[in-house]
Design a protein around this ligand. Structure first.
Ligand code: BJW
Ligand code: ZN
Length: 246
């Protein structure tokens, strides 16, 4: 961690945290593009599409039921908790996540901009507009809406638009941030991957937290090649926020 970064952490009024699946890796959740990212021998990328759902909704529903079970069993880790502590302490902090697992919320993050939706939401594939919290057991999969059409997970698949309000909030946060911390993302999925670049053009100091190099690594002000569960608590403490690991 450079002196310039410590300085920014102390002084920045607007900080943007952009997170991806790697932030939940230390909670035991598989990332998408890692070697452990398979489900029943299939690449999760091949299931996260509207085409896969149209072709075989039951398989896609089973995949998301499995993902929800994994997420429900997982606990937030020090990375999630450090981010929540920073948000609580410094009101100008924004959290924008690509994750759908709900662990930021469970760690106590007061506000989370969810770019790719949530495992804990449902939407109707028909035109009835149903969009609800998932509360009870869905019973037989694929689940059906009261209107008779199929329900689908409330997540964003490839080729689909991101929620308008989320993309607007993320863009505004990127344009006004003095410091951006990008943690646990491979930075290959757009438009999320364009946010650090946008912030940098608007003058932000951009830091990446990832043990592996990504397409973003060469274009940041500082790359910290450490796991998020170690790096984020250290960054938050360097910002002057008291944070206890447990
Ligand atoms: C650790 C760690 C530890 C591990 N600590 N780190 C411009 C250019 C090219 C293509 C496009 C473009 N604009 C749009 C597109 C098309 C497409 C896209 O981006 N394609 C590229 C892949 C080529 N984008 C879209 O379709 C988006 N929609 C859209 O743009 O609509 C308009 C439009 C459509 C078509 C054309 C043009 C415009 C929608 C994207 C939706 C993504 N959905 C998913 C599934 C969500 C539901 C679910 O969860 O199942 O979102 S895909 C998947 O990838 C998921 C993730 O949120 C997302 C990002 O993954 P993430 O979080 O980065 O995870 P990994 O696994 O990739 O990386 C983990 C990282 O952690 C690794 O780097 C590790 O090293 C690291 N790590 N341990 C810190 N302890
Ligand atoms: Zn419906």
């Amino acid at each position: 961690m450079s002196g310039a970064l410590v300085e920014r952490l102390r002084a920045a009024r607007r900080i943007l945290l952009l997170t991806g699946a790697g932030v939940s890796a230390e909670s035991g959740l598989a990332t998408f593009r890692g070697p452990d990212g398979m489900w029943e021998g299939r690449d999760p990328m091949s299931l996260a599409t509207p085409e896969a759902f149209a072709e075989d909704p039951e398989t896609v529903w089973r995949f998301y039921a499995w993902r929800r079970e994994q997420a429900a069993r997982a606990e937030p880790n020090p990375a999630h908790r450090a981010i929540a502590a920073l948000q609580q302490e410094r009101s100008g902090t924004s959290l924008v996540t690509q994750n759908v697992d709900g662990l930021h919320e469970r760690a106590g993050s007061p506000e989370t901009v969810r770019l790719h939706g949530s495992l804990w939401r449902l939407r109707c594939t028909g035109g009835c507009g149903e969009d609800e919290d998932l509360r009870q057991d869905l019973g037989t999969l694929p689940a059906r809406c009261a209107c008779g059409e199929l329900l689908r997970p409330g997540v964003v698949w490839f080729g689909e638009s991101l929620p308008q309000a989320a993309i607007a909030a993320a863009t505004a946060a990127a344009e006004s941030a003095e410091l951006v911390i990008v943690a646990g993302t491979s930075s290959v999925v757009y438009p999320a991957a364009a946010l650090p670049e946008l912030a940098r053009r608007h003058g932000a100091y951009v830091v990446e937290v990832n043990p592996e190099a990504t397409p973003l690594t060469g274009r940041v002000d500082e790359a910290l090649p450490n796991p998020a569960g170690t790096a984020l608590p250290a960054l938050v403490r360097a910002a002057g926020v008291r944070f206890e690991e447990s």
